[in-house]
Design a protein around this ligand. Structure first.
Ligand code: GTP
Ligand code: MG
Length: 174
């Protein structure tokens, strides 16, 4: 099994940001362990997990994932996690316009204080709850497009687009 001469092994620090309850921890749990927890507890401070994937061109990407706490009381900690991050994933809940507002806040905050070459993704999670949708897909697309971000809607519950999210980020790494 020859390894192509151009094989690359990348390692990147990824931070997840977004309102409490949007499903950040569930996205990570789905991606890393293939599980879903309907009784997921709020994150305190932040939690760390890593996962390595192979892209189609045999590049491997090790994601060092900082899953931050979305509750307001922890917001002052966020810079500790997004500083030096190569990737920021900003998550909102498609059933919650408030969480979409918060996502817009995080986009601005990262543009002001994040590293200039950070890869940013916007994620509309809980896409399985389409009957309760309050944030149109187009609104997410527009916010992402304006800010040069990759956009995707996911469901940590059904696993829809979770692996795709990380693969697409992997492809966009410098
Ligand atoms: P903080 O840690 O407080 O910032 O919240 P969080 O963003 O990590 O939210 P968490 O992952 O803990 O999920 C919150 C709730 O949403 C839990 O009850 C999950 O079961 C539920 N949830 C997460 N993802 C989905 C999803 O894709 N679909 C549905 N229907 N529920 C989800
Ligand atoms: Mg959490």
């Amino acid at each position: 099994n020859a390894v192509p001469a151009d094989a690359k092994n990348l390692r990147v620090k990824l931070v997840l940001l977004g309102d409490s309850g949007v499903g950040k921890s569930c996205i990570v749990l789905r991606f890393v362990r293939g599980q879903f927890d309907a009784t997921s507890k709020v994150t305190v401070g932040a939690s760390f997990l890593s996962q390595t994937i192979a892209l189609q061109d045999s590049t491997t990407v090790k994601f060092e994932i900082w899953d931050t706490a979305g509750q307001e009381r922890y917001s002052a900690l966020a810079p500790l996690y997004y500083r030096g991050a190569g990737v920021a994933v900003i998550v909102y809940d498609i059933t919650s316009p408030e969480s979409f507002k918060k996502a817009q806040y995080w986009v601005k905050e990262l543009q002001k204080h994040g590293s200039p070459d950070i890869v940013m993704a916007l994620v509309g999670n809980k896409a399985d709850l389409h009957e309760k949708r309050e944030v149109p897909t187009e609104d997410g697309m527009e916010l992402a497009e304006k800010n040069g971000m990759f956009f995707i809607e996911t469901s940590a519950k059904t696993a829809d687009n979770i692996n795709q999210l990380f693969e697409e980020i992997g492809k966009r790494l410098p």
